[in-house]
Every structure is written in structure tokens, then in C-alpha cells.
Design a protein around this ligand. Structure first.
Ligand SMILES: [Mn+2]
Length: 226
């Protein structure tokens, strides 16, 4: 087995599943105790919980509120939480990464907010359904863009990426050609919408392809409002 093929061993998959379970646990605690005021408050909580679980960060957590969420790589600030909040984090368990994004809402969402949240969720579900052994990764990316319909110009990054010891590994699920889904690949599917100076929405899970596609991160995806 080529180490950079994106195909993982049983042992590697078990470690990634554990990292994903810990990620789900941290998210559950986060929403149970949601009294945070700023992006940094949320990021600090996540970092504390990662340490308590004897893990490392897979990458610096992204917490992006309101306009800041229109930048997919935003760094947490002292900005007060308002509107859509993208929370993107992962842990490293025995050297193996998880990666998950959820978008929650602080305040009262409008009809447009609800409609767009639903759209991102549907694009994620429809894209996941298409994944089979032999499917070309760039064609899945293309399919997800089309699924955004009139909103496709707001989807500005790749649909997903493999992960393992590193947070970005093969396969690449974007414009790049030559990557094909195979059994025992672990990867993310993370469609999003980024409307400059307004808001952003991203929903991301870590998944395993093993005949069917299984979610390794299982946190709830209904729009939580606080
Ligand atoms: Mn990711």
C-alpha cells in the first residue's frame, strides 16, 4: 500500500475514528455550555477540551462570526459572536487527525439565512450520496458546485480532502484531476457559502469509504441557535 495513496489501514482508521469521537464529544460540550461571548472564547474552550482529552490540535481552531465567517480561513478575534458562527476544528489522537465544521447561529436567523443553511446541508448530503469506489474526485467537486445552483459563485474552495497523520492528504477533492475514490479512504466533505462582508456557512464531516460512505464525525447538523 502506497503511504500517500490516501488508502488507510484498519489501525489508522481506528485512530481516526477515535479522533472523530473526541471531536464530537467536544462539540457536544460546547453547545451544552454555550455562554461564549467572543470568537476567542470559543477557541479557548476547544483548546482546553482537546488538552483534557490528551490530544493535540489537528490545526488551529477556526471560529468565525458574522462578516468574519465569509473568510474560510479566519483566525479567532475578540469579535462579539453574532449571526452565523463557523466552528472548524479537529484533534490529533495518536498522531491521527479529525476535521469537522459546524455552523451555528447567535441571534435570530432570517428566512434567507435558513434557506442558505439548508442549501449547504443538502449539497453536503447529495455529494456524500454520490461517493463510490471509482468515482473521480474532481467530478464530485464539479457536481457539488452545480448543486449550489444560483449560489455557486459563493462556494470558493475545494469540496474536501483526505486526512490521516496530516490534516491535508490525498485524495484531493477539488479541481485537481487524477484522484479517484477507493475503499478505505478517509476524507472530508465540506461545502460552504461565503458572501463577502455578510456571512459564511460551512458544514464539514470526516468520512470513510468502505463499500458505502460512513460518517466518522456524527455531530448534529440541524441549525442550532443561541
Ligand atoms: Mn477540512
Amino acid at each position: 500500500m502506497k503511504t500517500n495513496s490516501g488508502v488507510k489501514s484498519k489501525r489508522e482508521i481506528a485512530f481516526i475514528q477515535r479522533a472523530c469521537n473526541i471531536t464530537d464529544g467536544i462539540f457536544k460540550e460546547l453547545i451544552k455550555n454555550f455562554r461564549f461571548k467572543t470568537e476567542k472564547d470559543v477557541a479557548k474552550f476547544i483548546r482546553k477540551k482537546i488538552k483534557e482529552n490528551k490530544c493535540r490540535m489537528a490545526f488551529r481552531p477556526i471560529v468565525a462570526s458574522g462578516k468574519n465567517a465569509s473568510n474560510p480561513h479566519h483566525k479567532p478575534t475578540d469579535k462579539k459572536l453574532t449571526g452565523f458562527i463557523i466552528i472548524d476544528f479537529g484533534v490529533k489522537y495518536k498522531g491521527y487527525c479529525s476535521d469537522m465544521s459546524r455552523t451555528i447561529f447567535v441571534g435570530t436567523p432570517t428566512k434567507e439565512h435558513l434557506k442558505l443553511y439548508k442549501l449547504v446541508l443538502e449539497v453536503q448530503r447529495d455529494s456524500i450520496k454520490k461517493i463510490r469506489k471509482g468515482v473521480k474526485c474532481d467530478e464530485l467537486h464539479e457536481y457539488s458546485i452545480k448543486s449550489f445552483g444560483n449560489h455557486k459563485k459563493y462556494f470558493i474552495h475545494a469540496l474536501g480532502h483526505g486526512l490521516g497523520k496530516k490534516i491535508h492528504e490525498n485524495p484531493s477533492i477539488g479541481k485537481k484531476k487524477g484522484h479517484i475514490f477507493e475503499n478505505n479512504m478517509v476524507f472530508t466533505v465540506e461545502p460552504g457559502i461565503y458572501i463577502k462582508n455578510r456571512f459564511g456557512i460551512r458544514i464539514e464531516d470526516t468520512l470513510l469509504l468502505n463499500k458505502t460512505t460512513k460518517l466518522l464525525t456524527k455531530s448534529r447538523k440541524d441549525l442550532l441557535t443561541f
